[in-house]
Design a protein around this ligand. Structure first.
Ligand SMILES: Nc1nc2c(ncn2[C@@H]2O[C@H](COP(=O)(O)OP(=O)(O)OP(=O)(O)O)[C@@H](O)[C@H]2O)c(=O)[nH]1
Ligand SMILES: [Mg+2]
Length: 215
């Protein structure tokens, strides 16, 4: 990890592998951040912006582009998992079931992330499926942060109103962090936020596994 001024960079970001079955998930001893959200919300594009790479992660105008779990290493310090999107209405039912199962098995399994960035389109989110995911993450005790994507699609005032509405729709505690992968808005701040949240998430995990005999 490198700093230039206030900016964080990971010059040795690497694609590790794609996983279609959680049983094939490699054993990697790094804190993991997963990127979740609706199909086409901008997960893979946001990762390219975070990584400061143009085409490291495959993106597409058409929903349903990411169909596997794609693993990346940030300077061998953090493992990033790009998840397939959910809620793509036109996907065949069997495919939808397969994606849902893959995501669920991953989030429930031994390799589960300690932090999830929940991406929400600033114009449309959160949808019922997002709220379901959030409820599920809360139940599982997995830390998550809401990230609003495509902020360039709204003008200043509308953006502020939408962010407030989104926050209220998610219980009023967490305000989504606005980003635009097109203009770069919010990306340096998201890098910092991710590191801060990851630290908090790891402390929580540590608290849970600490021995209690001495208490
Ligand atoms: N205007 C604008 N378009 C964006 C932004 N982020 C992503 N897009 C566009 O949204 C479309 C979907 O982007 P992806 O990153 O492939 O979306 P995804 O969430 O990974 O989609 P799946 O892999 O299908 O789940 C592409 O056409 C992107 O160019 C953004 O910040 N602003
Ligand atoms: Mg994708």
């Amino acid at each position: 990890m490198q700093f230039s001024g206030m900016n964080i960079h990971w010059p040795h970001t690497q694609f590790i592998q794609s996983v279609s079955d959680t049983r094939d998930f490699p054993s990697i001893d790094l804190p993991t951040v997963a990127i979740a959200g609706h199909s086409n919300v901008g997960k893979s594009t946001l990762l390219n912006a975070l990584f400061d790479r143009k085409n490291m992660v495959k993106t597409s105008k058409r929903p349903g582009c990411t169909r596997l779990l794609n693993l990346f290493s940030l300077d061998e310090k953090i493992l990033i998992v790009d998840l397939p999107g959910y809620g793509y209405a036109r996907a065949p039912k069997s495919e939808k079931r397969r994606w849902a199962k893959l995501i669920e098995l991953y989030l429930r399994g031994d390799a589960a992330p300690v932090l999830v960035l929940v991406l929400l389109d600033i114009r449309h989110g959160p949808k019922d499926s997002d709220l379901k995911l959030i409820e599920w993450l809360n139940d599982a005790g997995i830390r998550w942060v809401p990230v609003a994507t495509k902020a360039d699609k709204l003008t200043g005032n509308k953006r502020a109103v939408r962010l407030k509405e989104m926050c209220e729709n998610m219980g009023g505690l967490l305000k989504p962090h606005p980003t635009s992968s097109s203009t770069g808005r919010g990306i340096p701040e998201l890098r910092t936020l991710m590191l801060e949240e990851l630290k908090l998430a790891q402390e929580t995990v540590w608290d849970e596994v600490e021995p209690t005999e001495n208490l």
